[in-house]
Design a protein. Structure first.
Lengths: 134, 550
């Protein structure tokens, strides 16, 4: 079970790396974090941090949409279980929510992470479930 | 005439020649190809409209997507951050330095690039120095030579109290004062001929001043350099003046002509200790204050630290952050707009349209996002957060917009060259002048008959000549066709039909001709029309035969 999950994570990671999604995620996270770091702590900065981290995460998921659909279909054909799907959802949500981690730490506001992860899980599960042939 | 005037005349003449050449070109092109242009216009209009409709549909689809909504929300919050009122009071750091350079203990030097506010109470002002970049150059006429100066250092020593002693290092400070009220020091001294009594007329606007002209004395610069702070400040100004052909004058010459504003350097003498607080220095707008401490002899520098420099860092980072968001948006949508590229090709668009239009659709909605950003910044400044300075100035907002869109545009162009949109559908050259085919179930005579009938009944062509040579198992035919819908266009066709297994082998050569062109698209189109007519005729005949059998 563990080896199977690791294999799935490795496949997902290779998709992220092959489409250079990781590099675009890192670049966008770096620039936005640097901006949050440089700007003074005005009240409205939290709104920007939340909206920008959500935008980065969800745009990245949107970019991976076609790959995710193919992957979830393939997983279904080869007997993937609900646990496998859950693994994909959690792993991808954790990765795509990366921008929120640094911003939450800088602004001392953990809600940014929670909101970001919840949205990521919702969107990814929606993509993987609606295109799975049952 | 001097070199500068000659240069101006040359530039004006070149511009005139260029303008006349452009006008002549426009006139000639309009006169000679009127009919052709009219014809081309109708074709272009026919072809571009469907593609624009396709792009319009894609733009609409992009705008109403949730990804775009997210982008707009992020950009809206960035606009609110940029317009949020924020102001850091400048503060001063104190730097102590034991310097070999001299500074009298009763002197205070104040410097501000924007001008020291001398309306505030300042004790014992001795010298005021102004650095002014002029709107129009000062012209100096002297001994048949002309010099233009674009910036001026004006030195005002009229407040000097002659009763005070000028011993020691005070002499070095006072050496900056011109010898008389109408002395002009030029820098660099290219005009100076060595004559110490060279008189010049100095013009600014329509005013003329008689002056005594001298090169800027190097020894004066050396003496001023020895004075702590003052030497460094003046050296920097002299470097700028060297590039812009500046002069150093007394204020008398320019008092009535130029608004000198506030002095950039103020040297005061007396009891100044009371004003050395952050608040007072801030009110005066001072960026650097220098004095020598009584007891330790150290030179104390108050150096102003403001927030001005940070604003550009904010705007650069904001530009990069929003640019990275736009690039993510491009990446997520690049594959989704590629069907528009194929749709453009299928609807009759050219290859460049199919490559460029999807990029245009993405770029235009990103421009719309940037427009929303700028508008919301304006709304924020005008209605939501009135009053104090904004976090980012309008110039910074423009920098952000430009940087982010530039980044996105570069990414789009690189992606386009790397991926390409529709390599499958790029048109290829199809051979159109000959056709060979084996047709099962037809004797040569039957097949030749089908071919000839299909050409004779064609709605596009008239058969004007026909020769047929028939043998037992082969047929040779030659036809001359004329295209009905255009004058002077037609084709000569050679048809050879022979037996082949259970059927016949058909070989056709087409030689299209035109009175207008020898080669190109029209002739190819004629050939393709004929070939499609022949092959279509054979297929229809085969279908009707098969139906008859059933």
């Amino acid at each position: 079970m563990l080896i199977r999950s690791l294999g799935i994570l490795a496949r997902i990671s290779s998709i992220l790396a092959r489409r250079s999604s990781i590099s675009s995620l890192v670049i966008a996270t770096t620039f936005n974090t640097a901006l949050i770091l440089a700007l003074p702590r005005i009240p409205i900065i939290t709104i920007y941090a939340l909206s920008s981290s959500l935008a980065i995460s969800l745009l990245l998921i949107s970019e991976l949409r076609s790959s995710l659909i193919s992957f979830s279909k393939a997983l279904h054909y080869y007997g993937g279980s609900k646990g496998d799907r859950l693994t994909i959802i959690l792993y991808l949500s954790a990765i795509t929510s990366a921008p929120s981690y640094s911003m939450a730490i800088l602004l001392n506001n953990p809600y940014i992470i929670f909101i970001n992860i919840i949205f990521s899980i919702l969107v990814i599960s929606n993509i993987t479930s609606s295109h799975t042939i049952s | 005439m001097d070199l500068v005037t000659l240069f101006h005349v040359a530039v004006v003449i070149s511009a005139l020649v260029l303008a006349i050449a452009i006008l002549m070109r426009i006139y000639r092109s309009g006169a000679s190809s009127y009919e052709v242009l009219k014809y081309e216009y109708s074709i272009v209009e026919q072809q571009v409209l469907p593609q624009l409709i396709i792009i319009g549909r894609y733009i609409k689809r992009l705008i109403f997507s949730w990804e775009y909504l997210l982008l707009i929300i992020a950009i809206t919050s960035l606009a609110l951050v940029a317009s949020y009122p924020y102001h850091i009071e400048p503060y001063y750091i104190v730097a102590k330095a034991q310097r070999e350079l001299d500074l009298p203990s009763d002197v205070l030097i104040l410097y501000s690039s924007k001008g020291v506010d001398i309306n505030e109470k300042l004790p014992g002002i001795a010298i005021k120095i102004y650095y002014v970049s002029l709107g129009e150059p000062v012209v100096i006429h002297a001994s048949g030579k002309i010099l233009r100066a674009f910036s001026v250092i004006a030195v005002d020593c009229r407040s000097l109290d002659p009763s005070l002693s000028m011993d020691g290092s005070w002499n070095d400070i006072y050496s900056i004062c011109p010898e008389s009220n109408r002395t002009v020091y030029i820098y660099p001294p290219s005009l100076y001929s060595g004559d110490t009594s060279l008189n010049a007329i100095l013009y600014y606007g329509y005013k003329g001043f008689n002056t005594s002209l001298k090169p800027f004395p190097v020894e004066t610069l050396n003496r001023v350099n020895r004075v702590a702070c003052l030497g460094e400040i003046l050296n920097n100004i002299f470097k700028q003046i060297a590039y812009s052909g500046g002069i150093a004058v007394t204020t008398d010459l320019f008092d009535s002509s130029v608004d000198l504003g506030s002095p950039n350097i103020v040297i005061s003498r007396g009891n100044f200790r009371g004003i050395l607080s952050n608040d007072t220095l801030s009110r005066l707008g001072v960026e650097l204050a220098c004095y020598r401490e009584h007891l330790s002899g150290e030179i104390i520098k108050y150096i102003r630290i403001g927030e001005e420099g940070y604003e550009y860092i904010y705007s650069l980072l904001a530009g990069l952050a929003s640019g990275s968001l736009l690039i993510l948006f491009n990446r997520s949508y690049m594959l989704r707009v590629s069907p528009s590229s194929n749709a453009i090709l299928i609807s009759g668009g050219t290859a460049w349209m199919s490559n460029v239009f999807p990029l245009v659709s993405l770029a235009s909605i990103e421009l719309l996002a940037i427009l929303i950003f700028v508008t919301l910044y304006g709304v924020g400044r005008a209605f939501l957060f009135q009053g104090d300075r904004a976090m980012m100035s309008p110039l910074s907002v423009l920098i952000i917009s430009f940087t982010s869109f530039l980044g996105s545009a570069i990414h789009l162009l690189i992606s386009r060259s790397r991926i390409g949109f529709s390599s499958l559908y790029i048109e290829r050259i199809i051979p159109a002048r000959n056709y060979s085919s084996a047709v099962e179930g037809y004797s040569p005579k039957d097949l030749a008959s089908v071919v000839l009938v299909s050409l004779e009944k064609s709605e596009f062509f008239d058969v004007v000549e026909k020769e047929i040579f028939e043998q037992s198992d082969r047929i040779n035919a030659r036809l001359r066709l004329v295209y009905r819908y255009s004058m002077g266009v037609g084709a000569d066709i050679s048809i050879y039909v022979s037996t082949h297994n259970n059927g016949s082998f058909l070989d056709i050569d087409i030689e299209p001709w035109s009175i207008d062109t020898r080669e190109g698209g029209v002739l190819d189109s004629i050939s393709r029309l004929i070939l499609s007519r022949i092959s279509g005729g054979i297929i229809v005949d085969k279908i009707s035969r098969d139906s008859g059998k059933d």
